[in-house]
Design a protein around this ligand. Structure first.
Ligand SMILES: N[C@@H](CCC(=O)N[C@@H](CS)C(=O)NCC(=O)O)C(=O)O
Length: 253
């Protein structure tokens, strides 16, 4: 594991203050011990703040701002994790990336059985499925949508008409039908039960909230997708979600 102190590796909590790291200022060492969310504005790390609020765990936030032109994360985030994507969490000697893996780690570590169904139950199978599906399948057409909308906007003027045409075809023939397919699927699933893993709210709902919030933020047909809209409203109304918003700052998709 790479520690937030560059080039240092902590192998166990008992070695943390040994002579090997003695030259480092105490503030820096303490910073490494506190669970820290490296939070990029308007990003998936909002989910992690929300989860930590649900778990009532103490944590710190280190904020990073997207480049307003490219929307990419600043290079400082690559000093924490090689990909420089958000979310990243540092906890003692560990650096964790990838929303699903972070959520599972935090639930393993801090949950008392509230946010994850019992293993060996049908709910647990659902829980695991949605935890992977959110980033593995649901986000793909949504990301394509962003890429094909940005392409003509960011292209030099001479290429704009051509790229606009390509973008239009891609949206019509592939991206929009794929997004519809997923949305119909969510609507149908949420018609059968209130939450993705069953009758109870779970961390799988936190993981699924991001694609659902993304579609709701972009002119969803509320009459056709009432369950999706109600789900997002329910998530956003939770006190822990609101506390995460206050701490993380503005969040719009
Ligand atoms: N599947 C990853 C995706 C991470 C990701 O792409 N995060 C976006 C923010 S929502 C990001 O960091 N974008 C800025 C960049 O790519 O520089 C996860 O769930 O953690």
């Amino acid at each position: 594991m790479i520690s937030p102190i560059k080039g240092k590796r902590f192998y166990s909590t008992s070695t943390r203050f040994d002579k090997d790291i003695a030259p480092y200022p105490i503030e820096l060492l303490l910073e490494c011990l506190v669970l820290t969310v490296h939070h990029l504005n308007n990003s998936r790390s909002q989910r992690i703040l929300w989860l930590l609020e649900e778990l009532e765990v103490d944590y710190e936030i280190k904020k990073y701002e997207r480049n307003p032109k490219t929307m990419l994360a600043p290079k400082e985030l690559r000093e924490i994790h090689p990909l420089g994507k958000s979310p990243v969490v540092t906890d003692e000697d560990k650096t964790l990336a990838e929303s699903g893996a972070i959520i599972e780690y935090l639930v393993d570590r801090f949950d008392d059985g509230t946010l994850r169904p019992e293993t060996d139950t049908p709910e647990f199978l659902q829980y695991r499925y949605w935890m992977h599906y959110a980033e593995g399948s649901a986000m793909s057409p949504l990301l394509l949508k962003i890429v094909f909308s940005e392409m003509p906007r960011q292209a030099p003027w001479i290429a704009k008409p051509l790229l606009k045409g390509i973008s239009k075809i891609m949206n019509k023939e592939y991206i929009n039908p794929q997004i519809k397919l997923h949305m119909n699927y969510w609507e149908e699933e949420l018609s059968q039960r209130p939450f993705f893993a069953g009758e109870k709210f779970s961390a799988a709902d936190i993981q699924m909230s991001f694609p659902l919030e993304a579609v709701v933020a972009h002119n969803i047909d509320t009459e056709k997708f009432p369950k999706i809209c109600a789900f997002v409203e329910e998530c956003q109304g939770r006190p822990a979600y609101q506390r995460a918003l206050e701490k993380g700052g503005k969040y719009s998709l």
